[in-house]
Design a protein around this ligand. Sequence first.
Ligand SMILES: [Zn+2]
Length: 109
Amino acid sequence: MIGIKDADPEYLATSYDIDCKYCHSPRKLNFYYYYSYSYFGFLKVFPLGKSFYSQCQSCKHFLQEAAFDDQYRAELNNYRDRAKLPWTLYIGPVLIGYWLISSLISSLF
Ligand SMILES: [Zn+2]
């Protein structure tokens, strides 16, 4: 009913500028992202952060963002803004904000 999950990874972009660090195959590096969220019933109600990784199309080597070097990170920064979260993830923060503001107002009067 209530818990935390990772969403399925979504394709972000393919890089044509950098070589794979492992097989050195040029021009074939895909970037993906996924997000973690808390859920309530069927609703995703609170965002808990985005994660990024890359995968080489040749050797299928998988690399989490934490292991990126400067070149990979700079390339990812070109695409980072494309990683969108579903709007339902903001229901939780909006409800909490509404609750905080309304309890603040009612404590003042
Ligand atoms: Zn590779």
